[in-house]
Write a protein that binds this ligand. Structure first.
Ligand code: WQD
Length: 351
């Protein structure tokens, strides 16, 4: 980050800031006093989230937010943003994120996720902004040999193009630091982000049939879908279903704010896991969500889904010790907030 007096003087460009994790992070940044510019093409998000952000943070803080509708791959549009604003750091969320779709559309996934990152860092360099936080994923650990996963755990081959884009973008950003030590890169490896803002005004709003467990469960709870499909009950886990480290999206948002504050005036490349350190099975999630919504949610056992790992969960010691960040919420709160969002917005932002 460029040398700045305080957070109040710091302007952060958030690509994909209208999306699920981006929007929650923007709220936290505005509440901290940052100036924020969102660049989002709305290809998988809704402009309505901007009103919700305004309602949550209030008009004064919302005045520090600017929205630019543009594709991050559009260098002219990005140039205009960097010309207009003194951007100190970038948080790069924008990208395609559906694992299954990435198998069907590898060209689109590689070209969009990698292409937009290359466009972004090129424009950043041209404007002398060399601080970037990247949305990486625990998917880079592949099928782990040992749990919990630390940042030292080996990266494993990805099982789909989406995973490879995260894997490769990490390498690309690390290469920038090797080539030019003025770069300042933080790679945040998210585990499974779920939950919603406690207000019920913002949450996850996938288009079409949800690929991920939580939005699917939430849509069953609200009556949009009949039953949860549990992908495999013959894994080597306590109840046979897959185990993941679910993390509340507000904890994740706080993790970005912690990373931003920590990296100010530094250079180099650092990796942090953002998870809770606790593994939860699919059946435990269904049970917790049933408790949150007050009704036993129906489920059916299906065959395993191709490419799924048995279990993964994080060791978050590094984030705690270096960033001073630790997840605050447990599964019950994640399901409570997710239900609050879904029940107030049964059809998401467009409802
Ligand atoms: C969790 C568990 C499934 C859906 C992926 C990406 C990751 C990140 C999040 C995206 C698994 C089971 C799921 C369903 C089920 N990226 N499941 N029924 O696969 O851990 O992670 O999404 O933006 O990078 O890899 O998350 O929520 O899809 O699955 O039984 O309808 O739930 O088998 O055990 P995953 P998930």
């Amino acid at each position: 980050m460029a040398k700045t007096e305080s957070v109040q003087d710091t302007c952060v460009l958030v690509t994909g800031g209208c999306g699920f994790i981006g929007s929650h992070t923007v709220v936290v940044l505005l509440e901290r006093g940052y100036e924020v510019v969102i660049v989002d093409d709305l290809s998988n998000s809704s402009e309505k989230v901007l009103d919700r952000i305004d309602q949550i943070v209030g008009d004064d803080a919302a005045q520090r937010l600017t929205f630019v509708r543009a594709d991050v791959a559009d260098k002219d549009a990005l140039d205009a943003v960097f010309d207009e604003f003194q951007i100190d750091a970038v948080i790069h969320f924008a990208g395609y994120k559906a694992v299954g779709e990435s198998v069907e559309k590898p060209i689109e996934y590689y070209s969009n996720n990698i292409g937009n990152t290359l466009a972004l860092v090129d424009v950043m360099r041209n404007h002398g902004c060399k601080s970037i936080v990247f949305s990486s994923s625990a998917t880079v650990y592949g099928d782990p040999d040992a749990l919990p996963l630390t940042e030292e755990s080996p990266k494993k081959p990805a099982t789909n193009p989406y995973g490879w884009t995260k894997w490769m973008i990490e390498e690309i950003l690390a290469s920038l630091v090797v080539a030019d030590p003025e770069w300042n890169v933080v790679l945040l490896r998210y585990f499974n982000p779920i939950g919603a803002h406690a207000s019920g005004l913002m949450g996850e709003d996938p288009k079409g049939i949800p690929n991920n467990l939580l939005p699917y469960v939430a849509q069953v709870a609200v009556g949009r879908r009949d039953a949860v499909h549990v992908f495999g009950d013959d894994y080597n886990t306590p109840d046979g279903t897959g185990v993941r480290d679910y993390i509340h999206v507000m904890d994740l948002a706080e993790g970005h704010a912690a990373a931003l504050a920590w990296m100010a005036n530094k250079t180099g490349c650092e990796v942090f896991n953002l998870g809770t350190g606790t593994g939860t099975s699919v059946l435990e999630i269904i049970k917790a969500f049933s408790a949150a919504c007050g009704r036993e949610l129906p489920y059916v056992i299906e065959p395993r889904r191709a490419g799924d790992v048995t279990a993964n969960y994080a060791d978050c010691t590094k984030a705690r010790e270096v960033l001073g960040w630790e997840a605050q919420y447990g599964i019950a709160e994640m399901c409570r907030d997710s239900w609050n969002w879904q029940s107030n917005n049964p059809n998401g932002y467009e409802g």
